[in-house]
Structure formats: C-alpha cells, structure tokens
Design a protein around this ligand. Structure first.
Ligand code: HEC
Length: 112
C-alpha cells in the first residue's frame, strides 16, 4: 500500500530540493563526488551500490535492488528495514508528501 507507481508524478521537485537539505550532510549530487555517503548523481534507475569509487557496506552492494520509485520509497522510509546492515545512519522519512517530493527531485538528477 505504501507509495507505489504514482510517487513520481505527484511529487514536487522544487519542494524535494528543499527537503534534500536533510541529505546533503552525507550526499553530494555531483557525479563521482562522495561524502560520508555516495554521490546521488543520476541515482534513479541505477542498481544499488554501484557508484564508482565508493566503499559500500556489503549489505548495500549485494542488495540486488534497482532504484525505482517503489524501492527508493521503501528504503528512505526505514533504511535499515529495507537493507539490514546498511551503513546509512538515517532514521527515515515518515511523511508521504515529503517522500514523493524528494523522489521527484532525485529524478531530476539524471540526464534521461
Ligand atoms: C548520516 C549520513 C546520511 C544521511 C543523512 C543520508 N544518507 Fe543516504 N547514505 C549514507 C551512506 C553512508 C550510504 C551508503 C550505505 C551503505 O553502503 O550501506 C547511503 C546510501 C544511500 C543511497 C544508495 C546509493 C547507491 O549508490 O545505491 C541512497 C539512494 C541514499 N543514501 C539516499 C539518501 C537520501 C535521499 C537522503 C535524505 C533523505 C539520505 N540518503 C540521507 C549516508 C546518509
């Protein structure tokens, strides 16, 4: 029931960009620029754990996930429930609207 296909269409990327303030301490959006977390450049549609030059946890690297609206929403809602053993120390996003906005923003980070 939680956020499936419609997330992208409903989210507001401009609001998502502001909400992304809670991610920037750990994530850059510049290609190849890693902080505590990997760069989120062009993250939507990519396999999880695939950014060049970033040292992922084995849990993330071997998760077998691809980042679409549904997997991203599940991960960001409760990172450690979706990927047990992830080193992303983030409690999660509770608010559905905020989630949709952030995912809409993440879609703007790719060229496609
Ligand atoms: C406290 C630091 C921190 C915060 C805050 C944080 N992250 Fe992360 N994030 C990480 C780390 C560290 C990883 C790598 C996890 C691993 O390897 O298990 C990660 C991984 C990810 C991944 C997987 C990337 C890939 O290449 O597969 C996504 C997507 C992601 N974060 C999105 C977000 C978003 C969106 C936010 C804000 C809502 C956020 N993160 C907030 C530290 C953080």
């Amino acid at each position: 029931m939680f956020l499936t296909g419609g997330v992208h269409a409903e989210g507001d990327p401009a609001k998502g960009k502001r909400a992304f303030a809670q991610c920037v301490a750990c994530h850059s959006i510049d290609e190849g620029k890693h902080r505590v977390g990997p760069s989120l450049h062009a993250i939507m549609g990519k396999p999880a754990g695939a950014a060049e030059g970033y040292d992922y946890s084995p849990a993330m690297r071997d998760s077998g996930l691809t980042w679409d609206d549904a997997t991203m929403a599940e991960f960001l809602a409760k990172p450690r429930d979706k990927i047990a053993g992830t080193k992303m120390a983030f409690a999660g996003i509770r608010d559905d609207k905020r989630m949709a906005d952030i995912i809409a923003y993440l879609h703007t980070l790719s060229a496609d």
